[in-house]
Ligand binder design. Structure first.
Ligand code: HSE
Length: 403
């Protein structure tokens, strides 16, 4: 029997308890022995709840109990999660977490402690919810150097963008609905401004490239400026707007970014809708491998955490090697990346002469819903060139990159 403790009885924590209770027989069989939840830590009380008798308020109860071999951290945020996780690892307890803030900020240090103690720090649930992507990067895709990772890594923003496209809603209404359905948090900043996707691509890139990608160095743009009118133009262009997170290794240089992109209807990410996530991993010999599934939600995320618990139980005194050094991976700025841009402009067609003279050949686009404005699409240009020229155009209402 392996005793575990769950830190945090919120959405994911209660999901972990539910999954272990519900699937106990098959989980025990797959772990090669029983898994028992000995403690749940939370500041709150839960009278009448299934965890009432195992609820503790003091982390030291867990830390000082030698029977607890695995600690599940599902509190979220950096502190006190970081202190609790570090103390658990130093005490020889493996840790499984869904906490991407923690992993993105302290991943290399926590992996290194786990290695020194011959135990494990596992974090499959920190990226892509139920989608197995971290374990494949660490084990199945190790034969070929990974050159590119690209995907939709945030379920909340994908839900919002899908609703805007399907219902014609403005951003605020789609966000409000996402909040009502429990997808978006009351403070939605981390999701809508792209910070959540940024941390996730930092984690995946660090694992893929083997050096630490500091999420603070990743160019990040969210979706809060995308309007219903942008989506109307996107549809006319045969595209969907998707928040893409990507990292690329090209000629020994590394680029990473998070931003909304126009994705054409033949692109495999076009049809990834609602709270679903999808992640492409590309290698020289393997080509594209795509992972798709529920990127968020209580039970999908809890299942990924519990699968890590099973793995940790199977490797109680054996470290599963993860290559993520603390040496910083230098990222190259995105200013020389070349792509096409869609620009939306208010005003009369008179300004087209100016646009032609500044941008050279562009194609224009109009929609009935925007009688006083128009859009144009540039040819392939660098970010730097585009940004400098865009300053010369009056009445710019927005711009979106093409994938
Ligand atoms: N807020 C995150 C999302 C939860 O919407 O994807 C899963 O990490």
């Amino acid at each position: 029997m392996t005793d575990i403790a769950v830190l945090g009885y919120g959405t994911v924590g209660s999901g972990v308890v539910e999954v272990i209770d519900k699937n106990n027989a098959s989980i025990d069989m797959k772990a090669g022995g029983g898994i028992r939840i000995k403690y749940v830590l939370d500041l709150r009380d839960f009278p009448g709840d299934r965890v009432e008798s195992i609820l503790v308020h003091d982390f030291d109860t867990i830390l000082n109990d030698p029977d607890v071999r695995i600690v599940v951290e599902v509190m979220g945020g950096v502190e006190p999660a970081y202190s609790f996780v570090k103390k658990s690892l130093l005490a020889g307890k493996s840790v499984c977490t869904s906490n991407k803030e923690l992993v993105a900020k302290h991943g290399p240090e926590l992996i290194s402690i786990a290695r020194s103690k011959n135990i494990n720090f596992l974090f499959e649930a920190s990226v892509g919810g139920a989608i197995p992507v971290i374990r494949p990067i660490n084990s199945s895709l190790t034969a070929d150097p990974i050159l590119q990772i690209k995907g939709i890594l945030n379920g909340t923003t994908n839900y919002i963008l899908t609703q805007m496209a399907d219902e014609g809603w403005e951003f605020d209404k789609a966000l409000e609905t996402a909040q009502k359905l429990g997808y978006a948090e009351r403070n939605p900043e981390a999701d809508i401004e792209g910070y959540d996707a940024c941390r996730k691509i930092a984690i995946l890139s660090s694992l893929a490239f083997g050096k630490n990608v500091d999420y603070e160095n990743i160019y990040t743009e969210g979706i809060s400026k995308i309007t219903a009118l942008d989506i109307v133009y996107a549809k006319k262009l045969g595209c969907a707007v998707k928040l893409l997170a990507s990292s690329v290794c090209e000629d020994g240089r590394y680029y990473a970014m998070v931003a909304p992109f126009l994705v054409g209807s033949s692109h495999p990410l076009y049809g990834v809708c609602g709270v679903y996530n999808a992640i492409f991993v590309n290698g020289e010999s393997i080509g594209d491998v795509m992972f798709y599934g529920s990127g968020a939600g209580k039970l999908p995320t809890a299942c990924a955490v519990v699968a890590d618990v099973v793995d940790a139980a199977k490797h109680l005194d054996k470290h599963i090697y993860t290559f993520w050094s603390d040496e910083e991976l230098k990222l190259t700025g995105i200013e020389n990346a070349t792509r096409r841009f869609f620009v939306r402009v208010s005003g009369q067609s008179g300004s087209r002469d100016k646009i032609d003279s500044v941008f050279g050949e562009v194609s224009y686009i109009t929609v009935d819903e925007d009688p006083d404005g128009f859009g144009f699409v540039t040819g392939p240009v660098t970010e730097k060139w585009f940004n400098e020229r865009l300053k010369e155009i009056e009445g710019v209402k927005g711009r979106i990159r093409f994938e």
